[in-house]
Design a protein around this ligand. Structure first.
Ligand code: C2E
Ligand code: MG
Ligand code: MG
Ligand code: MG
Length: 280
């Protein structure tokens, strides 16, 4: 049809768009049932001391095994969930599961001087019940607030800075630690460091992955600033041990990267910790 109408004319994209739309709707409705169908699980990626490579904690990352599509990455389904109340259910599941699993590790190995980090989305932060929900998860699972870290991005706190500051102060007073995730991807980052009670900055992969000379200058000053503000720094997605060593020299505290360990299931964490705590 298009050919006859005039040579190389490009067809309108509408059918494809409609497909993308229904696809999203389909994924959203599948996601609604995913929790009860036990398709959602959590994996844990080690966060290590950048010098000694000792394990300092883990980040809890969500996985979805779709019965027909196979595994769908969180970068695809989290944004869909964020458009609705779904993110609150998924988010609380993540926290609850991470606390339960942490308890299991402690029962297997003993008291662990480690933290487990859980990601928090903007809709969760804007909900009045967040604080009481978090407290009730801690009570139910017996998890100590000092073992929990919550990761938030700049976009998340930006949605409603006043409310975010209020709730983050309360969580912080409970003893939960807070990390500013994906640092270096936004614009107005600096004010967020003093406006909210963050303990940790997570340098985004884009800043850390084979940095050029200028990026190294930037990294150096971010790290110096974080040190002055008494925040710890995690570099995400470092690709070489040379880069890790260089970051360590600048004063970066921790690394989270495939080269130090990919995300693993909770039972593998026990094995890893067993080796780790008998070796050290
Ligand atoms: P994030 O919070 O920044 O998590 C770090 C991401 O970097 C993870 O991707 C992790 O697997 C990946 N990563 C770690 N080391 C390396 C490396 O050396 N190289 C590369 N290329 N990647 C590395 P993942 O698990 O696919 O998660 C992507 C994003 O999805 C997360 O980014 C986070 O924003 C979101 N997400 C994951 N789980 C949850 C969750 O439970 N709740 C919420 N709200 N968001 C989540
Ligand atoms: Mg994170
Ligand atoms: Mg990140
Ligand atoms: Mg990220």
């Amino acid at each position: 049809q298009a050919k006859r109408a005039g040579g190389n004319r490009i067809e309108p994209f509408r059918p494809a768009f409609r497909n993308a739309g229904t696809d999203k709707l389909q994924i959203e409705s599948d996601l609604r049932r995913a929790l009860e169908r036990k398709e959602i699980s959590m994996v844990y990626q080690p966060i290590v001391d950048i010098e000694s490579h000792d394990i300092a904690g883990f980040e809890a990352l969500m996985r979805w095994e779709h019965p027909r599509r196979g595994s769908i990455p969180p970068s695809e389904f989290i944004p869909i969930a964020e458009n609705s109340d779904l993110i609150n259910r998924l988010g609380m599941f993540a926290l609850q599961k991470a606390c339960e699993d942490f308890g299991e590790w402690q029962r297997a190995i003993g008291e662990l001087p480690l933290f487990v980090s859980v990601n928090l989305s903007s809709n969760q932060l804007l909900r009045n019940e967040l604080y009481t929900d978090v407290r009730s998860v801690l009570t139910k699972t017996g998890c100590q607030p000092g073992n929990i870290k919550l990761e938030l991005t700049e976009t998340v706190v930006m949605q409603n800075p006043e409310q975010a500051a209020r709730i983050l102060e309360r969580l912080k007073q409970l003893g939960i630690r807070l990390a500013l995730d994906d640092f270096g991807t936004g614009h107005s980052s600096l004010s967020y460091l003093t406006r909210f009670p963050f303990d940790t900055i997570k340098l985004d992969q884009s800043l850390v992955r084979s940095p050029n000379d200028k990026q190294f200058v930037l990294l150096r000053s971010i790290i110096a600033m974080a040190q002055d503000l008494e925040m710890s720094i995690v570099a995400e997605g470092i690709e070489t041990t040379e880069d890790a060593d260089e970051l360590a020299e600048m004063g970066c505290d921790y690394a989270q990267s495939f080269i130090f360990g990919p995300p693993i299931e909770k039972d593998s964490v026990i094995k890893l910790l067993r080796e780790h705590f008998t070796l050290t």
